[in-house]
Write a protein that binds this ligand. Structure first.
Ligand code: ZN
Length: 161
C-alpha cells in the first residue's frame, strides 16, 4: 500500500482493493464489530495547467460498516460512500491556498513512499457521524421501548392533575 505518489499520478496508476477492518486500528475503535466491508480505489491523475502540472490522487471508498448506536449501544449498519481528491504538493513547491482546498481537494505532501492506508483511514474517520444513532430505537432499559408509559409521561400526567 506504499506508492511513489508523483510517479503513480504521472502514469495514471490505479490501485483497487479491499480494506481489512482489523488493519485500521483507529477506525476499529468506533465499530460494533469487524463484520463490515470496505472496497477502495486510488487513481493517480495529472492535469496540465497554466502554472505547470497538477498531480492528484482520487480516492473512492464504498461499503458498509457496523457502528455503535449511541442510544441503544446496538449495531448500526452504516453505508460508506466517499469520493475525495488529494492534491500532491511537491517538496519546495508552494502550498495551495487553504480557501481553495474545499474546491480542488486537500493538499498533502507528495511523498516518494506514500502509505495509502493511513490516508484512507483518515478519510473514513472524517466521513463518520460523531454520534451515530438508529432512526428509531430506545436506550436499554427504557420502558418506552416496550410500549409502557415513560416516567416522564407519568410525571406530565401528575402535573396536569
Ligand atoms: Zn439504537
Amino acid at each position: 500500500m506504499v506508492i511513489d505518489s508523483l510517479e503513480f499520478a504521472r502514469r495514471h496508476g490505479r490501485l483497487p482493493g479491499r480494506l481489512e477492518l482489523g488493519q485500521l486500528p483507529r477506525l476499529a475503535d468506533g465499530l460494533f464489530d469487524a463484520k463490515g466491508n470496505l472496497d477502495f480505489a486510488v487513481s493517480g491523475e495529472m492535469k496540465v495547467k497554466a502554472g505547470g502540472e497538477e498531480y492528484s490522487l482520487a480516492l473512492s471508498i464504498d461499503g458498509m460498516l457496523r457502528l455503535i448506536c449511541q442510544r441503544c449501544l446496538g449495531a448500526l449498519e452504516y453505508p460508506v460512500r466517499i469520493r475525495s481528491r488529494l492534491i500532491l504538493v511537491q517538496p519546495g513547491a508552494p502550498w495551495p491556498d487553504e480557501t481553495l482546498e474545499d474546491d480542488i481537494g486537500e493538499a498533502i505532501e507528495a511523498g516518494r513512499e506514500l502509505d495509502l492506508m493511513p490516508l484512507l483511514e483518515e478519510e473514513i474517520l472524517l466521513s463518520l457521524p460523531i454520534a451515530p444513532r438508529h432512526a428509531t430505537c430506545a436506550a436499554p432499559g427504557n420502558p418506552a421501548a416496550t410500549g409502557e408509559t415513560s416516567p416522564f409521561a407519568k410525571l406530565a400526567q401528575l402535573k396536569r392533575n
